[in-house]
Ligand binder design. Structure first.
Ligand code: MN
Length: 337
């Protein structure tokens, strides 16, 4: 079948422009968001791409994996799946699954230059310039990350993690051994991010926060002074959890989630006449589910989405009242604008 229109095939590789190697990891829950991730990255890249998708043993069903392979083949994506050994130290923490630790395993396995991007992110025009930045990493630096705000980073600040590990540029250099350090660590709130900060804090090359724009830091894309190149939907509540009927508000307001909805819509439109469309709609339905009732202070945004997914049209009442509670609900990440 012909590749989807508007998407550049990576076959044959364009010799004048080096291909970018994108690495990510998923489990069954993230199979559908991964499609939107891959679609957006491919759609907006100016170079050919090669994808490595990692998964921890036993967390991605053969069925899901085969479905993803069908999509990738149809889109002309050059890819490999990479099964990784699970490790009891890879803990689930709140909404963060053990899959996040795949970053370490994949960076060890892939010694050539590549860019890790969390599957809860999308690419925007210009995102693939990060590959140039990785190639230009200075001699003493081992890892490229995006600053938290306006390209700034403060490694010395001990009360807060210096960088978010959702986007990582790995030059073709040695990786630091992480296993023993992980053994020595106390359990902290975001174990894998803390480990990254501990290991690489002194050898970081920092680029603009545009390459890892955290959705909860942006209220509206139309008023944001920066042009996000990679939008990372970090945090417990995710755009794919929001039922379609409530998405119009986000799109009107241009909250960061609207960018995810646009990519998803483009992807679905491009699959209009494809035999895979029915399959993708099934995956989409499945991805909406949040599971059991989310509890705890940090889960207020997720709780709102949980309610909206169960209430149907009555969810508008929750939104009307919720708008009054806006100050206690995370900004830029929900339909309460
Ligand atoms: Mn993430």
């Amino acid at each position: 079948m012909a590749p989807v229109e508007g998407v550049k095939s990576v076959h044959p590789l364009n010799a004048s422009q080096p291909a970018g190697h994108v690495v990510g990891a998923i489990d069954d829950n993230m199979a559908y968001p991964l499609l939107v991730w891959a679609w957006s990255l491919l759609r907006t890249a100016e170079r050919s791409l090669f994808f490595t998708i990692g998964f921890l043993s036993g967390t991605l069903s053969d069925q899901k994996r085969h479905l993803l392979e069908e999509f990738f083949t149809q889109w002309g994506i050059d890819y490999e799946f990479c099964e990784l050994a699970h490790d009891p130290r890879f803990v689930a923490q709140g909404h963060i699954s053990p899959t996040t630790f795949a970053k370490f395993l994949l960076a060890d396995r892939i010694s050539s230059a590549h860019v890790w991007i969390d599957a809860d992110a999308i690419g925007h025009t210009g995102w693939d310039q990060i590959f140039d930045a990785v190639d230009e990493v200075t001699k003493a630096k081992l890892l490229l990350v995006a600053g938290r705000k306006h390209g700034e980073i403060d490694v010395g600040k001990s009360n807060r993690l210096a960088f978010n590990a959702g986007v990582l540029g790995w030059p073709a250099k040695a990786r630091r051994p992480w296993s023993r350090r992980l053994d020595q660590m106390d359990l902290v709130e975001t174990q894998e991010q803390q480990l990254f900060n501990d290991l690489y804090g002194d050898v970081l090359e920092v680029i603009s926060s545009d390459f890892n724009t955290l959705s909860y830091q942006v209220d509206s894309l139309s008023s944001s002074p920066n042009k996000p190149r990679i939008i990372h939907f970090a945090g417990p509540q995710k755009p794919w959890h929001l039922p379609a009927r409530f998405r119009g508000r986000c799109r009107l307001y241009r909250c960061p989630w609207s960018a995810w909805f646009e990519e998803e819509e483009m992807m679905l439109d491009a699959l209009e006449s494809s035999s895979l469309r029915a399959v993708v709609l099934g995956m989409r339905r499945e991805s909406r589910s949040i599971g059991s009732l989310p509890v705890g202070r940090h889960n207020r945004g997720r709780l709102l989405l949980w309610l909206l997914s169960r209430l149907g049209p009555a969810g508008w009442i929750v939104i009307a009242f919720g708008a009054m509670a806006r100050p206690i609900i995370p900004t830029g990440t929900h339909p309460l604008h």
